[in-house]
Design a protein around this ligand. Structure first.
Ligand code: SAH
Ligand code: DHB
Ligand code: MG
Length: 223
């Protein structure tokens, strides 16, 4: 079992389960043309995010880490009429590509892209007394994961679903002595998730076209 097989099985599954979508395909092409790194969620993962948002009947979604807006579009499509998604992005070029992709997807009135360091825009959201979010997807710079989780808890309510992407990193999460700050970010956020009494948590390993990684999912069960 190895990368070529993971990729082939992923395509097999996606070909049967995920209808072709000209908008999402154009988004990935626009991202590549603009030179964005191909680190968006895969189509199967995007669909999982969408299903989770529908299951928790999310009306307000927060995403930390927009890139070209690929995961943003999957999530925003789960919203009911009047629903809103706020997505935070530090890189102005990424935000610009995302803006044009989101317009292409017809979601400009649903998605609010906030540029700047997420630690700043999260504080702004709190200062604005933004209503709590129903689903929060943490997928930005991994060394700040525990800070983002702290903010996620502040901006959530009982019943909010918090998802943290990329917590396995090719298994690097096992290496306590790792010099990779992203691997350390994965370790610390898992530590925090596991010891936070307000959260009920699991994490799953994934393989596919993006290699070997995983994500954690936490339900806010207490205030
Ligand atoms: N969620 C996207 C992928 C996000 S990649 C998808 O699946 O389609 C991570 C993004 O986080 C990158 O675009 C990067 O520029 C952004 N980022 C990195 N550090 C950040 C920070 N401090 N604040 C906000 N965004 C940041
Ligand atoms: C990286 C970031 C991601 O959000 C991801 O899904 C995969 C890789 C990265 O920074 O390498
Ligand atoms: Mg990710």
């Amino acid at each position: 079992m190895s990368q070529p097989q993971w990729t082939e099985v992923e395509h097999y599954l996606a070909d049967r389960l995920i209808p072709g979508d000209p908008v999402l395909e154009a988004v990935l092409e626009a991202n590549a043309a603009a030179g964005l790194p191909p680190i968006d969620v895969s189509p199967n993962e995007g669909k999982l995010l969408q299903l989770l948002a529908q299951l928790c009947r999310a009306q307000r979604i927060l995403e930390i880490g927009t890139l070209g807006g690929y995961s943003t579009i999957w999530l925003a499509r789960a919203l009911p009429p009047g629903g809103r998604l706020v997505t935070l992005e530090a890189n102005l070029k990424h935000a610009e590509v995302a803006r044009s992709n989101i317009i292409r997807a017809g979601l400009a009135d649903v998605v609010d892209i906030r540029t700047g360091l997420a630690l700043d825009t999260l504080r702004q959201l709190e200062d604005e007394r933004a209503r709590p979010f129903d689903l929060i997807f943490i997928d930005a710079d991994k060394p700040n994961n525990t800070r983002y989780l702290t903010w996620a808890l502040r901006l959530s309510h009982k019943g909010t679903l918090i998802i943290v992407d990329n917590v396995v990193r090719d298994g690097a999460v096992l290496d306590a002595a790792s010099s990779d700050p992203s691997a350390q970010g994965a370790r610390s956020v898992l530590e925090m998730l596991g010891s936070e009494p307000r959260l009920s948590v699991t994490a799953l390993q994934t393989v596919g076209s993006k290699g070997y990684d995983g994500f954690a999912m936490a339900l806010v069960t207490g205030d």
